[in-house]
Design a protein around this ligand. Structure first.
Ligand code: TYD
Length: 135
């Protein structure tokens, strides 16, 4: 889908385990200003239900698996994240919902900007109006 995509990071794998390095502007297409992680999501819970006006993000499932539903005004797609060396890039004006978090799953998010509630679009009808202008 336009403005989204999977990124493959290096997986440095030796007898001591796996290590994945991620550098801003090199491995992800933006400077990383903020990270956050989502853990201990109860069964049956869906999160997200928003898009951002300007924010760029990369989602990485460090443990377990989680499904991400991506939507714009025309398309819908579900991506399953279950590999710590894969990132899902989500650019501006993409609606996202996160669901089916497995027990013990950890979702890491890298973000291009500091937290700013005014960058969120949480109303889906308003989102569709904005997305139709763009896509
Ligand atoms: P939200 O982005 O709505 O979570 P999700 O999309 O995963 O359902 O954020 C949930 C709450 O956490 C909301 O009250 C805003 C707050 N929050 C911060 O204070 N800082 C942050 O960096 C993020 C991502 C959220």
């Amino acid at each position: 889908m336009f403005n989204t995509g999977l990124l493959k990071f290096r997986d440095i794998n030796d007898k001591y385990g796996h290590l994945t390095p991620i550098e801003g502007k090199i491995d992800v297409p933006f400077e990383i200003k903020r990270i956050y992680y989502i853990t201990r999501v109860q069964e049956g819970v869906t999160r997200g239900f928003h898009s951002h006006r300007k924010l760029h993000q990369v989602l990485i499932c460090l443990n377990g698996s989680v499904n991400i539903r991506l939507r714009n005004s025309n398309d819908e797609e579900v991506v399953q994240l279950n590999d710590p060396s894969i990132g899902l890039y989500i650019g501006p004006l993409i609606w996202r919902e996160m669901f089916d978090f497995t027990e013990g799953s950890v979702l890491l998010v890298l973000a291009s900007e500091y937290y700013d509630e005014s960058d969120y679009i949480r109303n889906h009808d308003f989102y569709l109006e904005e997305a139709r202008k763009r896509f």
